[in-house]
Write a protein that binds this ligand. Structure first.
Ligand code: ATP
Ligand code: LTN
Length: 341
């Protein structure tokens, strides 16, 4: 194991990846690749917690792999893999289920929100954060870069790690820290700036900017973005100004400019129309090269699958021995190692 700190993060291959996922998570994964030892996981098992079309899930899983590579995840610097390719994740979830009190899961706000929208709630949806804790703890990750909405789940992973450590050996697991970006941590829906931009609503017209949207569609989505009846272009916590604040926040996250410089760029705007157009333009310019690389990668599925297989091998080399140590600590009899193993 190298001395560098470990980073682990995951993203679900459900629905289309959107600007919130990119600015809240993926952009930061790409930016910090040189500093740490990185594991980035396409969490297909998490996607199964809501009903999925099997063909579509398979397509979306490969498509997300191509998108992450196109966005700048470099397989020479980071391990990129599909969660279900490393069987330790599902097994670790079971072991951790057996040290996690039910009440901890029932309190999760994402569970409450998502289950309220389902007629029939699957057990997997409740257990989702334990699977996520296993993802992180198997790698002894120090840092978990995620958007604001996942903070509570990373805190739960900390609680589970501490509980396991107190039961089975202090310092068994590294206790992970959430790493939430200062800008872009919570991109809001363009159609409703009071709710976070979400994959689950990405099919609704005008809600999200999907990374694969055509430039004309991106422009249309921004032009339709909900603002307020005033004219003031300012950063503000006032719920009235949530739409304008969201647009400025997107512009700030993409350009990396300080707030004063952002406002200066719109000092001569003739109303919100110019603001919307200005924000759409920086988004379109940022996405153009990503889309181009994505198209190239999707033309060679064999190459894509082989890159993901290499990633799974690297991930398994860390996760499988850790899983064996978990089993041993909990009192399971390990199978004899195969001849020569
Ligand atoms: P859903 O809302 O349907 O659960 P999602 O859009 O949150 O899906 P995930 O795959 O669960 O997508 O999230 C991937 C990463 O993107 C996570 O780190 C999450 O915190 C981040 N993220 C998701 N939505 C936003 C958002 N609106 N703003 C900033 N970050 C976000
Ligand atoms: N639940 C996360 C996805 C996820 C994840 C992880 C994030 C699954 N496992 C481990 C960080 C670390 C979400 O984004 N909805």
């Amino acid at each position: 194991m190298s001395d560098r700190k470990r980073v682990f993060s995951g993203i679900q291959p459900t629905g289309n990846i959107h600007l919130g996922n990119y600015l809240g998570a993926v952009k930061n994964w790409v930016a910090a690749q040189d500093e740490k030892e990185n594991y980035f996981c396409i969490v297909d098992l998490h996607s199964l917690t809501l009903p999925q079309d099997p063909q579509e899930l398979r397509f979306q899983t490969r498509s997300l792999g191509a998108m992450l590579l196109a966005a700048g995840i470099d397989p020479r610097k980071s391990t990129l893999f599909i969660q279900s390719h490393v069987t330790a994740h599902a097994e670790a979830c079971w072991l951790l289920n057996c040290v996690t009190p039910l009440g901890w899961l029932q309190r999760m706000t994402q569970f409450k929100d998502k289950s309220a929208r389902q007629e029939s709630v699957l057990t997997g949806l409740l257990d989702y954060p334990v699977l996520m804790a296993g993802d992180i703890l198997l790698y002894d990750a120090h840092e978990v870069p995620v958007g604001d909405d996942q903070k509570q789940h990373v805190e739960l992973a900390r609680d589970i790690a501490q509980r396991f450590n107190s039961l089975f050996g202090e310092e068994f697991f590294v206790v992970p820290e959430p790493k939430i970006p200062a800008v872009g941590a919570r991109v809001m829906g363009l159609d409703d700036p009071t709710v976070k931009m979400s994959k689950s609503y990405a099919h609704i017209r005008g809600h999200a900017v999907r990374l694969l949207d055509e430039p004309a569609e991106i422009m249309r989505s921004f032009k339709r973005a909900v603002t307020d009846s005033g004219r003031e272009i300012i950063f503000s916590d006032d719920p009235e100004k949530a739409g304008v604040n969201n647009l400025l926040g997107i512009y700030k996250a993409i350009t990396g400019k300080p707030e004063a410089a952002v406002l200066a760029d719109f000092a001569h705007a003739r109303g919100y129309g110019d603001l919307k157009k200005g924000v759409a333009e920086v988004v379109i310019d940022m996405l153009a090269p990503i889309r181009q690389r994505y198209d190239q990668l999707m033309q060679d599925p064999a190459e894509l699958d082989s890159l993901l297989a290499v990633g799974a091998g690297q991930a398994a080399a860390v996760a499988m021995p850790k899983l064996a140590r978990m089993k041993e600590a909990m009192g399971l009899v390990l199978p004899p190692s195969p001849a020569g193993g």
